[in-house]
Ligand binder design. Structure first.
Ligand code: APR
Length: 315
């Protein structure tokens, strides 16, 4: 008998709960929402389940504070973590090193819990600092690299495409392009590989406008924090669900994904955003596209930024 897909989302905060929302609306499968806070995953999943009769979906939604209900998941999305916060006394933000240490422990323990119960799942990390947390997931799960992925490129690319469509006054559906590299200020949008309905971007937009959009994309996360006072979650959750959909429907989508490179693009044992074919097997293939010298240089800067964080890890 065919079974339903099972999707576990760890962290029932803004990104996790909204990801559950997109997943059931898209009929991707049953969803288990896990969080450390008592009542939060149960309340969010019950509230969402109660929208089913209205919205017309019949996914089973379960909320839990432990991992038993996650057993046998096809995909596990990890959004658990803490954001950088301001110390009310000193006014100082959590240092990056402290954040790495805190989230490394959270992502590490969550990974062990889910990996032991769902040995065939594909894991997708959303927690920051993204590329470093992918290394944690890989080490703690012992899974093959194909099934340990990070979501950043889909979000960064979505922001890039949104800004281009807004500037040109065209549908986002017809904007094609890709952002590679690590998740952060050094990410690498690729204007020479961007087109609008097949027309190269540079035929339609002046270089200064393109550069301004690249800059805005790089700071896209911060722009939302500046407006809301906390991180965005509609676009991040939609982006991770695009990856979940590609896996559970075996779509073979070509998506910029944080993958462990083993020689690809000249990187060894480093997670970085590269184009990959995403299907039932996870990142089934990394596509090595031709990059210009400037783009390679930018990717190297981005890789160095990732290495700087990864070296804080004990692996
Ligand atoms: N196990 C399970 N859940 C946990 C754990 C843990 N050990 N530690 C924290 N959490 C939960 C929190 O209780 C919270 O509900 O993770 C959730 C995180 O949600 P939010 O604080 O709302 O953060 P969100 O905006 O969803 O971002 C999640 O995505 O973009 C990244 O940097 C961001 O790492 C952050 C993650």
């Amino acid at each position: 008998m065919p079974r339903r897909n099972k999707i576990t989302i760890v962290g029932a905060g803004n990104v996790g709960a909204t990801a559950a929302h997109w997943a059931v609306q898209k009929d991707l499968g049953d969803v288990v929402l896990v969080d450390i806070k008592p009542g939060l995953p149960q309340g969010k999943s019950l509230d969402l389940a109660e929208s089913g009769p209205v919205m017309g979906f019949d996914a089973n939604l379960v909320g839990a504070n432990d991992y038993d209900a996650t057993a046998g998941s096809d995909v596990v999305v990890i959004t658990a973590g803490v954001p950088r916060t301001k110390d009310p006394v000193t006014g100082q933000f959590t240092s990056r090193d402290d954040l790495v240490e805190i989230n490394r422990k959270i992502v590490g323990s969550v990974t062990k819990e889910v990996a032991s119960r769902s040995p065939n799942a594909t894991l997708i990390c959303v927690s920051n600092p993204l590329d470093a947390m992918c290394h944690v997931m890989l080490a703690e799960s012992g899974f093959p690299r194909e099934r340990v992925l990070g979501m950043a490129g889909v979000l960064d690319t979505a922001r890039y495409k949104t800004f281009i469509a807004m500037e040109l006054g065209v549908s986002v559906e017809d904007v094609h392009g890709m952002v590679l590299g690590g998740h952060g200020d050094t990410m690498v949008p690729l204007p020479s590989h961007t087109s609008i309905g097949g027309i190269p971007l540079r035929e339609l937009m002046a270089e200064d406008k393109i550069q301004a959009i690249i800059e805005r994309t790089r700071k896209g996360g911060g722009e939302i924090v500046g407006l809301l006072g906390y991180s965005g979650y509609y676009a991040p959750s939609a982006s991770v669900i695009a990856m979940v959909e590609a896996i559970v429907r075996d779509k073979k989508r070509v998506l910029p994904t944080a993958c462990l490179c083993k020689g690809e693009y000249g990187y060894d044992n480093l997670f970085i955003g590269v184009p990959a074919v995403i299907g039932a097997g996870g990142a089934e293939k990394i596509i090595e596209m031709k990059l210009g010298d400037k783009e390679k240089e930018m990717l190297e800067i981005s890789a160095n930024a990732v290495r700087d964080v990864v070296k804080l890890l004990p692996y």
